[in-house]
Design a binder for this molecule. Structure first.
Ligand SMILES: Nc1ncnc2c1ncn2[C@@H]1O[C@H](COP(=O)(O)OP(=O)(O)O)[C@@H](O)[C@H]1O
Ligand SMILES: [Mg+2]
Length: 230
């Protein structure tokens, strides 16, 4: 589904020019559950950002169903993200002046999906429709951001440290929602985390170090969000 070929990314200029991604190649298959792990600064977010079209690589190709998204214009790239991808970050990025219903509807409107209340129900927030983000706990806010991302019916869901701001119990609950919803909707998951325990939930684990992929392996047995260590 996504074929990353020799992708490199540089930040800064002159003396402070820094290569965050060093000719990385990776194939992501439709319906897979991928966890990208590695130490802080190893390039995980950079890989996620170029795989998802949030950023362009400076070199290499990001082939998505035969289109090289690295070669798209800004406008085309925005269209691509709208149509195909959903994002969840450590910070929830909800709009504080919109209630739960309207925050999720905004995601749904991008894709013309009228059945967005179904995903609010799927994350157990149907009784919080009229609440504003400030009235919700961190875990509830992250569930709103999951609903907003899924309301677009993305083919692929990108998550960057989705449990980074949550306590253990809430973190497990969020991961459980993600894997349950993946089974139900069948989207592809690409999740970045520095928590190695979470890698046990993946079909495929991608390990990074210093801007390179150092290891790719499959789990013969996947664990649930409640079976992994923390
Ligand atoms: N926008 C940026 N400008 C300058 N340096 C950056 C930028 N984004 C990331 N970097 C650098 O690139 C390296 C990889 O960053 P990142 O992909 O965020 O790592 P990770 O997500 O694994 O912690 C780090 O050294 C980071 O400081
Ligand atoms: Mg990161």
């Amino acid at each position: 589904m996504i074929d990353i070929v020799n992708a490199s990314k540089f930040y800064g200029t002159g003396q402070s020019r820094f290569q965050a991604l060093k000719s990385v190649s990776l194939k992501l298959k439709k319906g897979g559950f991928y966890v990208v792990t590695g130490a802080s600064g190893s390039g995980k977010s950079t890989l996620l950002n170029i795989a998802s079209g949030l950023e362009r690589p400076d070199d290499g190709n990001i082939i998505y169903s035969e289109t090289d998204i690295a070669g798209l214009t800004d406008k085309e790239l925005t269209q691509f993200r709208r149509k195909h991808t959903g994002f969840i970050f450590q910070q929830y990025y909800l709009l504080p002046n919109l209630n739960v219903d309207k925050n999720v509807k905004m995601g749904a409107d991008l894709a013309g999906n009228k059945n967005y209340r179904e995903v609010i129900k799927a994350v157990g927030l149907e009784d919080k429709l009229q609440k504003y983000p400030g009235e919700l706990s961190g875990g509830q806010q992250q569930r709103v951001s999951i609903a907003r991302a899924l309301a677009k019916k993305p083919e692929i869901l990108f998550l960057d440290e989705p449990t980074g701001a949550l306590d253990e119990q809430t973190g497990r609950q969020i991961l459980d929602y993600i894997s349950t919803l993946q089974r139900e909707y069948g989207f592809t998951v690409v999740m970045v985390t520095h928590n190695l325990n979470i890698a046990q939930m993946a079909d495929t684990v991608v390990k990074m170090n210093s801007g390179k992929i150092t290891e790719i392996y499959s789990n013969s047995e996947k664990k649930t969000a409640y079976e992994i260590g923390w």
